[in-house]
Design a protein around this ligand. Structure first.
Ligand code: NAD
Ligand code: GLY
Length: 361
């Protein structure tokens, strides 16, 4: 698919390599979008790669709570005020929040400016920056407003991960584990063996995890760019996300990092898969063990209730005809999208993972 074909550069030291970025800023005008945390770390290096370009900059406030239409409007305003044309290139420098907002602004400005993704978190390097989903949150739900819009290239410099908080690194591992669960049992087993190395940022282990994750993401997106395949396709990348997005939105994007919410969602999807009679106890135990070893949370925050899950889960973008669709596991390495999940089973999973089970704590 033509629109899906672009290079994803992965490696250490890429932000010191003058060859990677400049060729993708075709009009010679760049709008560098970052945030108050990431810009002081890497913006000068990116500017250094842009040589002769006219470079403008927008610095967003940091955090998922700022993944909003207001932030997107700031980028659009900066593009317009600086009289940028459609041949300008928006460069998203940061984690998934910056990447999603800046990508959406690029998709909308003059119906499509250029876009380059420079992800600086593990989560963004293995998932958010690749595949062209862009967007912002709405009070009614996560990522409710957005567009599919592919970048010209992705530059994932693994050296940028050195400054990443350990909690953020763990959050990124949730999405890495997800790829093993949905389509690669061998990779899942490798992650079980190598979790300790990943947590201490062994560069070879990280390179393999990032590379393998990006290969999986690219293959899935190339086959179903706009998530149209009813039986699965791109929607499989959403394993655990219906639960995760509900938690994030219900708790106003404050209680959990996205990757942490995904980790809990993976466990909830595994639990429901077991209740459906698909996944055995041994497989569920392996999933619980790897999430624990990655230092990720195993249950929702106490403020999450069954009622809150049931209010926000139907807002999921996979819903069709008002019916929720969930991604569940047939085994480790094989997932399926289901519309006919067992409603009693779902309630039992929600009860088992919320305060009701713990006596209303
Ligand atoms: P994030 O963008 O909030 O980044 C996490 C934190 O790390 C932030 O405080 C950020 O400023 C900081 N940071 C970033 N790079 C750093 C570095 N190198 N050193 C030190 N600090 C650094 O969160 P995230 O986990 O990267 O992304 C989560 C977002 O991505 C969510 O909004 C989620 O919905 C989205 N997402 C999108 C897709 C997609 O396909 N578009 C896929 C997965 C997730
Ligand atoms: N992270 C889910 C997707 O890109 O489809």
């Amino acid at each position: 698919m033509e629109s899906c074909a672009y290079p994803v550069f992965i490696g250490a030291g890429l932000l010191g390599d003058a060859r990677v970025l400049r060729p993708f800023v075709e009009g010679g005008v760049a709008m560098l979008v970052s945030n108050e945390t990431v810009a002081p770390l890497f913006a000068d290096r990116v500017r250094g790669l842009l040589g002769d370009c006219r470079v403008h900059m927008v610095n967003l406030p940091d955090g998922e709570r700022h993944k909003t239409l207001d932030s997107m409007a700031r980028i659009i305003n900066a593009l317009a005020e600086n009289r940028c044309g459609r041949d300008a290139t928006v460069i998203a420098l940061g984690g998934g929040v910056v990447g999603d907002v800046a990508g959406f602004a690029a998709a909308c400005y003059q119906r499509g400016a250029g876009l380059v993704q420079i992800p600086t978190t593990l989560l963004a390097q293995v998932d958010a920056a690749v595949g062209g989903k862009t967007g912002v949150n709405h009070a009614a739900g996560k990522n409710l407003i957005g567009a599919f819009y592919q970048p010209k290239c992705v530059i994932a410099d693994s050296d940028t991960l050195h400054s990443l908080d350990q909690r953020e690194l763990r959050a990124g591992l949730a999405e890495v584990i997800k790829y093993g669960l949905i389509r690669d049992a061998g990779f899942f087993a490798w992650l079980e063996e190598n979790m300790e190395k990943l947590l201490r940022r062994d560069s070879d282990a990280l390179a393999r995890a990032i590379g393998q994750s990006c290969r999986h993401k690219a293959a899935v997106v190339a086959a179903d760019e706009k998530e149209n395949t009813a039986a699965g396709g791109r929607a499989l990348l959403n394993l655990g996300h219906t639960f995760a997005h509900a938690m994030e939105a219900a708790l106003d994007y404050r209680a959990l990092l996205h990757g942490e919410a995904v980790a809990v969602g993976l466990l909830m999807a595994a639990d429901l898969s077991r209740r459906m009679g698909w996944l055995g106890d041994g497989a569920v135990a392996r999933i619980e063990r790897i999430i624990g070893e990655a230092g990720l949370p195993a249950s929702p925050p106490a403020a999450m209730t069954v009622e809150k899950f049931l209010r926000f889960m139907p807002m999921d973008k996979k819903s069709r005809g008002g019916k929720m669709r969930l991604v569940l596991l047939e085994e480790i390495g094989r997932a399926r999208v289901v519309a006919d999940h067992d409603a009693d089973g779902l309630r039992a999973t929600l009860r088992a993972f919320t305060a009701e089970r713990r006596g209303g704590v």
